[in-house]
Design a protein around this ligand. Sequence first.
Ligand SMILES: [Zn+2]
Length: 327
Amino acid sequence: MNWISNYVRPKINSLFSRREVPENLWTKCPECGTMLFHRELKDNLNVCTSCDHHMPVTPRERFADLFDGGIFTEVAVPEPVQDPLHFRDQKKYPDRMKAAQKATGEKEAMLVAEGEMGRTPIVAAAQDFTFMGGSMGMYVGNAIIAAAERAVELKRPLILFSAAGGARMQEGILSLMQMPRTTVAVEMLREAGLPYIVVLTHPTTGGVTASYAMLGDIHIAEPNALICFAGPRVIEQTIREKLPEGFQRAEYLLDHGMLDRVTDRRKMREELVTITRMLLGLPPAVMGELPSPSDAELIPADVPAEAKAPAEPAPKADEAKKANKAR
Ligand SMILES: [Zn+2]
């Protein structure tokens, strides 16, 4: 019977499951329960259209929106040693990694890219919460250092989008070592006089909050993002007191001077362009797309003026001359 359960059944299942309607056409907003059509949600940058709840965004989606025309080049990140501690809980660490890679289609929890944002050249890094909780391991440390080095090399500002559950416990102390390492990376930007802007997204916690996520020149958070070192549940259990409403949420932290701005994701790009250009001493960005070059502009300059002019307006010019002579 083994061949039936191991070979025949998976075959039949795969034949039938292919014909099923994909389940991900609709997404339920976890905050207000509204059913949102996937295309509408994507157009709205994964923000609920009825209650403005900000749902998670992958680094790739974020970069597609951030960079002009969605065009960016990935910055290579040096590979760290794989599973140095041979860590195992219920699963082996390499198995967890493989599962996360398969689920997200990404190599690791951080993506680094360079490109232009509002015609302003930048380097950007974004953390992926769907990849093992965006946990900061050696790779994430390497990614931030690679991003900072690239920014210094190109003399560009660095914009970092944080989202993390903290350090990656599977790498033990080596993950904690990323806190001083990334601090040094931020210091490199400071010494080069380059802006470092952090966009804190839900949730940014643990060792990430205790290092590079809180060392920016400007801190912008997405609405209602949880930003903390120790989570509210842990604090509540420790001090045995009820915490105020909205504790450690973006708006609360803004009120208490921990953040500079809380900005809706749909306005984030525009705000980042404005702030980056201000910090770089550049003139304000050109709003709106430039018109595409017309046919007349595509004709080389050495062609005589008559050839450049379109056929129709010529009689009008003659008429104008006649009119001038008549006067
Ligand atoms: Zn909603």
